[in-house]
Design a protein around this ligand. Structure first.
Ligand SMILES: NC(=O)c1ccc[n+]([C@@H]2O[C@H](COP(=O)([O-])OP(=O)(O)OC[C@H]3O[C@@H](n4cnc5c(N)ncnc54)[C@H](OP(=O)(O)O)[C@@H]3O)[C@@H](O)[C@H]2O)c1
Length: 293
């Protein structure tokens, strides 16, 4: 094992980019007990600027970078192409080059949108990519830049994230139900909702691992957005008329995949802990959300 990662927990320094985001919030909560964290937002270190990245790395002796920074506006990426490419592709490349130069492990997050969604069983890491939209294209380019420039990386593809810190589908549904008792939700797009807290816990295992590579990591199970909404209202005990609709009845600027469940077998076969079912996670998340003062 690389001696660097045998250091006692507190001796490892982890830099989390985009720490104010939805996943960033849970990463900080999960890792701050055991590790020294360097936390930056866009104002402190803009990952599109290589000099900013280098300066931060030189200033602190970083062992691991977790890149939770991204341009995540999927529809916005169709029109703001330059920003999306710069953050998701160039930003990832900058972190990869700097990581390689300073012998740092890089943990990076990617998406199911690197696929076209035409499959009807879960995507593996070996499946051919074919991004469904421009955001997916930029995320795939980011993956490629990392793979071309370094070897000590983990790229984690995940999907349908929701968490305490940020706008998400669960909050949108509950908010909608306050003003309308007729809600339409698409029933022909399938994936697996994933709780950012569970993903952050999974990342803890990567900090000391050297089983580098590309992994799919999501909660377990699958559902349509309609099924997910139904479960949300059941748990919240909210009575609404929920109508299943088809994608063409709910057009979006960026296309969404019909089916993009991610197969987590590689993750489990390498000995990492499987994530719990999305239903269990949703129950915990909604308990937290509904009992917030
Ligand atoms: N959300 C999902 O459903 C989902 C699904 C699959 C994969 N992912 C991936 O998971 C990761 C985390 O997603 P998330 O939902 O937690 O994202 P998020 O809440 O949008 O957080 C992203 C963070 O990155 C920051 N950021 C943007 N541009 C930056 C730059 N140039 N330099 C430094 N920081 C910058 C943002 O800051 P500002 O807010 O100030 O711009 C924000 O704090 C991303 O890689 C995303 O692509 C997300």
């Amino acid at each position: 094992m690389d001696k660097q990662y045998l250091k006692g927990c507190f001796q490892l320094k982890i830099w989390i980019t985009g720490y104010k985001g939805m996943l960033g919030y849970d990463l900080v909560k999960t890792l701050s007990k055991d590790y020294e964290l360097i936390l930056t937002d866009k104002k402190q270190v803009n990952i599109t600027n290589f000099n900013n990245v280098e300066e931060l790395i030189k200033q602190h002796k970083i062992d691991v970078i977790i890149n939770a920074a991204a341009y995540t506006d999927v529809d916005g990426s169709q029109t703001n192409k330059k920003i999306a490419y710069n953050v998701n592709a160039v930003g990832s490349k900058n972190l990869a080059i700097a990581s390689k130069e300073h012998n740092i492990k890089l943990i990076h997050i990617s998406t199911d949108y690197v696929f076209n969604g035409d499959k009807n069983n879960p995507y593996t890491e070996e499946d051919e990519t074919d991004p469904i939209n421009y955001y997916g294209e930029t995320k795939l380019q980011g993956e490629k830049f990392i793979q071309e420039n370094m070897s000590k990386y983990f790229i984690v593809r995940t999907q349908w994230l929701y968490g305490i810190n940020g706008g998400n589908f669960v909050k949108t549904m509950l908010k909608l139900a306050e003003s309308s008792n007729e809600i339409n939700v698409v029933n022909d797009q399938f994936g697996c909702p994933t709780f950012t807290k569970d993903l952050a816990i999974a990342f803890r295992e990567l900090i000391t691992s050297e089983k580098y590579g590309l992994y799919n990591v999501t909660n377990s199970g699958e559902c349509s957005w309609f099924d997910f909404a139904k479960l949300i209202f059941e748990i919240a005990n909210v009575d609404v008329n929920l109508n299943p609709v088809l994608t063409f009845q709910y057009p979006t600027i960026a296309k969404r995949p019909k089916y993009s469940v991610l197969n987590n077998e590689k993750w489990m076969n390498e000995g990492f802990t499987p994530l719990r079912s999305f239903k269990d996670s949703l129950n915990e998340y909604m308990n937290l959300e509904l009992n917030k003062c």
